[in-house]
Design a protein around this ligand. Structure first.
Ligand code: AMP
Ligand code: MG
Length: 195
């Protein structure tokens, strides 16, 4: 059984849906506790504690130094939560974050060291489907991009995953989340986690 699993996916890949469904299935059907920690939520909460507020989709458009500082603080907070928890923990995050200044690694070495993952997961879907999810999702401030740009984000995430697997020794599992098949994707994730 894997203790800490880092689940990543580009915006619109459906990673949060897959993570939450995996938790539900693990607890309801397998009687296993599973904690899901969303990295972006921790970043937003840390800011709120300081009396500031920001929409989660504006984080990646904010000052780079600010993002990196918050990233470090979030990794430390999550690391503490992992060490206090006896459950299997999923960290819902990104291999890379498309900032105004270029792709920022979601998992630079110090973040990987804080999280200690034993499995890295990429949740992917066909670029066309990701595009249509971004267009339809009115709850999020998604950028309008072309299918080619989504293909580039998918590729870049895989490249980042290569670096992370070399640094950690943790394997990379790709879970495809096809439209309407989120349950299958969640089951694949649980299988990869040996849960
Ligand atoms: P999400 O809801 O997973 O799309 O995350 C919302 C935002 O949180 C992302 O667009 C990033 O700005 C930020 N974020 C999430 N994970 C990381 C990370 N590992 N490093 C830096 N920023 C992150
Ligand atoms: Mg999400």
């Amino acid at each position: 059984m894997k203790r800490v699993v880092v689940v990543t996916g580009i915006p619109g890949s459906g990673k949060t849906t897959v993570c939450n469904l995996a938790k539900e299935i693990a607890e309801r059907e397998k009687g296993k506790k599973l904690t899901v920690i969303n990295f972006g939520t921790v970043m937003v909460e840390l800011l709120e504690k300081k009396g500031e507020s920001i929409h989660r989709d504006f984080l990646r458009k904010s000052d780079l130094g600010f993002q990196k500082k918050l990233q470090r603080e979030a990794a430390e907070t999550i690391s503490e939560r992992i060490s206090r928890s006896e459950d299997v923990v999923i960290v819902d995050t990104h291999m890379s974050v498309k900032t105004t200044w270029g792709f920022l690694p979601g998992l630079p070495q110090h973040v990987l060291e804080a999280l200690t993952p034993s499995l890295l997961v990429l949740v992917e879907a066909p670029a066309k489907q990701i595009l249509s999810r971004r267009v339809k999702d009115t709850s999020r401030l998604r950028d309008k991009v072309l299918e080619e740009e989504i293909a580039e984000e998918l590729l870049f995430s895989r490249l980042m995953a290569c670096a992370c697997t070399v640094l950690t020794g943790a394997p990379v599992k790709i879970v495809i989340n096809e439209h309407g098949k989120q349950k299958e994707a969640a089951l694949k994730l649980l299988e990869a986690m040996e849960l």
